[in-house]
Every structure is written in structure tokens, then in C-alpha cells.
Design a protein around this ligand. Sequence first.
Ligand SMILES: C[S@@+](CC[C@H](N)C(=O)[O-])C[C@H]1O[C@@H](n2cnc3c(N)ncnc32)[C@H](O)[C@@H]1O
Length: 201
Amino acid sequence: MSGSEYAPPPCWPSGPFRCIVADPPWEYRESGGGNRVVSAHYPTMTTDDICALPVPAADDAVLYLWATAPKLEEALRVLTAWGFRYKTHAVWDKEIIGMGYWFRGQHELLLVGTRGKVKAPAQELRVSSVIRERRTVHSRKPELVQDMIERWFPGPRLELFARRPRENWTCWGNEVEANAALTGGVARTVQPLVGSLESET
Ligand SMILES: C[S@@+](CC[C@H](N)C(=O)[O-])C[C@H]1O[C@@H](n2cnc3c(N)ncnc32)[C@H](O)[C@@H]1O
């Protein structure tokens, strides 16, 4: 999907949401093939299209945005385009070394942005900026992030590019049952991807 094909997404949550977690399907220039290539696992989106999403954030809202190391600059662009100001980030240590060119990746970043008035989590609830949890299937993120957000902030809460439903969250993404994909503004149901999901992003 290119920027010019962008149209308001179907089945898009209306909000407004005070907490948003997003794990976008970043597009990579990848060589080779096989299941190490992200697009073998799910469709990807350009950064311009991700930026163009009309994210239904409340006036006072917090965003937790997942980014791989090579996508840091683009993730900051998305955070700003969605109307948030960068505050800080945490690192997810996957505890298993992966692939990579400059470094063999073992971590991902969780950027935090806010808009309006949002208080940081209460001091006694603050946790380390390093999240240690062993990576499981391809691109799956630790759900303890959502657990922490539930302890820290009141809802309503939205997960964008989710794979599974979660109680007390609005979960949107083309792998969440009965949801629709963004394909040039045309709704289509997407079947869960089949095959081995054992490689890393
Ligand atoms: C990085 S994965 C999210 C992984 C998820 N956070 C987890 O922990 O399992 C990105 C998701 O976005 C979905 N996706 C890709 N293109 C989409 C589109 N155009 N509309 C909706 N979802 C899309 C993919 O199918 C995939 O489920």
C-alpha cells in the first residue's frame, strides 16, 4: 500500500483512547527469502502509510510504540505524526541472539510518547527499563507490557496491529479474528498465517 492509496481504514476503532500500544508491520529491504523475511510472516506497510493512520488518541494519552533497532528513526517519525512527544524508551532483551548486519540483534525498543497531560507511573510501580523475556514465535512481543500499562493507567486502551484479543482492550489488526485489513481502504478478512513462525525479526 503506498501513501497515495491511503484511505480511512475500515472497522477502525473510534476511541478516543488514553493508552495505545502499537507494533507496526515495518517494511524492510530484505534480500534472500525463507521465513527470515518479515513479509513471509505478514503483510508490511510503508512508514508513510503508518504515519497516515488517524490514530484515535484522547487529548491526554500515552503511546507505547514497538520499534526494531534499524527502524528507530522511522518509529520516532510515526510517534510524532500520531501527535505524541517522545519521552523515553525501554529495551526488550529477547535473551536469544538473532540475525543482523551491524550487530546480531537481541533486543527491540519500546518507545514511549505522550500528548496532553499524562502523569508517569507512580514511583512504587516503576520498573526497570530493561524487559527480560525470552523471545517465542516470530514478532510476538511480551504481554507483560500490557499488564504494566493496566496497572499504571486508566483506560480506555487500544492495541494496534494486535494478533489476539485481550480483555479490557480494543485490539485491532488483520490477525485478530473478525477484524479487517487496511488495503487501500477496502476491508478484507485475512486468515492467520500458516507455517513455521520460529525465526526472529
Ligand atoms: C509486528 S506484527 C504484531 C505482533 C503482535 N504485537 C504480537 O505480539 O503478536 C504486525 C501485525 O500487523 C498486521 N498487519 C500488517 N498489515 C496490516 C494491515 N494493512 N492492516 C491490519 N493489520 C496489518 C500483521 O498481519 C501482523 O499481525
